[in-house]
Design a protein. Structure first.
Length: 390
């Protein structure tokens, strides 16, 4: 009993700096909002501004798998230092107030780097967790990232109002440098990174992970497609601009508590129950958007979006940890985020092409159908974890 308590204290001493690292890194995500407003003030064309979102998801698509794979081969501590310092430089470059042709690659580089923090930190925590506590332990990281995301939107707004673009970009560039301090608290080396790795094909087939990744791409395609034009849609409903920001923050705020709740529930009722609930609820969000005629309706959609994301992410990451050996977990966590990146790139393109033809109502319903397909796929292609139900 005393040994278990000591092990738990040691685990929390590792998780705590990772949580701080996640919060600081995610807070710097406010840079995306600043970059979009900066491009608008440069009178960039709508297609250039929309490309910012595509560059963000492209960075996620490439970076997640790249860093996850490297994390299984090299020291995660050294890689985290490289990620944080390079992202600080990429953010600091924006303080030069570049033209649009410079803003897009700088943002891409920053996202390409920081997107590696999630698979690395999850792999570290998953490796020291047991199946009956993995959901709870991983939920701390998910809640930390959601906290950072919500804080980032708030901090970036205040910085811009008080300091302007140049000093705002520079201030956010300092956050990754501060985060480096917490990397010093991590173990110097991870012995599991030297093990012989399971083949990628075997890892994908194990436990139906290939079905989970396909479902993740479809779900993200539907939700990202719906969200890509939601601010334009709210404008047509007469929702004030000031209210739009508050509505947008509802999803991130909901995810903070949702990550902690669903992470613990996944340890109790099983992974598939939790992530299937999240995939199913995701299909409802675009329908709510389609029939909303006020800010309260859109707010309800974002509340369900935050709840659906936290449940599917908590269940999915725990499921991946259960069915993947420690020497492959960085790769598999990264691949899951990359699958979402595929949906994030394709979904907005489909939504943008459909809306002129079928209107917002038809576009939202189409996005719901795509997300529903993801729900049906995850039901058919994954199985209940035997480690939780023996």
């Amino acid at each position: 009993m005393e040994q278990a308590g000591s092990r738990r204290v040691g685990k929390m001493r590792l998780i705590s700096p990772l949580m701080a690292l996640s919060i600081l890194s995610s807070t710097a995500g406010g840079i995306i909002m600043l970059a979009q407003l900066y491009l608008k003030d440069l009178h960039a064309t709508p297609i250039v501004i929309s490309m910012l979102t595509s560059f963000v998801w492209m960075g996620t698509l490439i970076g997640s798998t790249m860093w996850g794979t490297l994390a299984d081969r090299y020291s995660r501590k050294h890689l985290l230092f490289l990620i944080l310092m390079t992202s600080a430089v990429a953010t600091g470059i924006l303080a030069l107030l570049l033209p649009p042709a410079g803003v897009l690659p700088a943002v891409f580089l920053r996202v390409l780097m920081v997107t590696g923090i999630a698979p690395m930190t999850m792999a570290i925590v998953s490796a020291i967790s047991t199946n009956d506590h993995r959901g709870r332990d991983l939920s701390y990281l998910s809640a930390s990232r959601s906290t950072g995301s919500a804080l980032g939107k708030i901090i970036a707004g205040f910085l811009l109002a008080d300091l302007g673009y140049r000093l705002s970009f520079f201030s956010l560039a300092l956050l990754p440098i501060v985060a480096c301090l917490f990397v010093f608290l991590l173990p110097r080396a991870e012995s599991f990174s030297r093990k012989e790795r399971q083949s990628l094909g075997t890892a994908l087939r194990n436990g139906g992970l290939n079905g989970l990744y396909i479902s993740g791409a479809l779900r993200q395609m539907g939700t990202s497609g719906a969200a890509s034009l939601i601010f334009v849609y709210m404008a047509t409903l007469g929702v004030p601009v000031a209210i739009m920001g508050t509505i947008n923050a509802i999803g991130a705020a909901t995810s903070i508590l949702g990550a902690l709740i669903f992470g613990r529930l996944s340890d109790i009722v099983g992974r598939k129950t939790i992530f299937a609930f999240g995939f199913g609820m995701s299909a409802i969000v675009p329908v709510i958007f389609a029939f909303s005629r006020s800010a309260s309706g859109i707010g309800l959609g974002y509340f369900i979006l935050g709840m659906s994301f936290s449940s599917l992410y908590a269940g999915s990451t725990s499921y991946i940890g259960d069915h993947t050996p420690t020497e492959r977990q960085g790769t598999m966590f990264g691949l899951f985020n990359s699958s979402r990146g595929v949906g994030g790139v394709i979904g907005p393109l489909i939504a943008g092409a459909l809306t002129p033809l079928v209107g917002f109502h038809g576009m939202f319903l189409t996005m719901s159908g795509i997300a529903l397909l993801g729900f049906l796929t995850v039901l058919a292609k994954t199985r209940t974890s035997p480690t939780l139900n023996d």
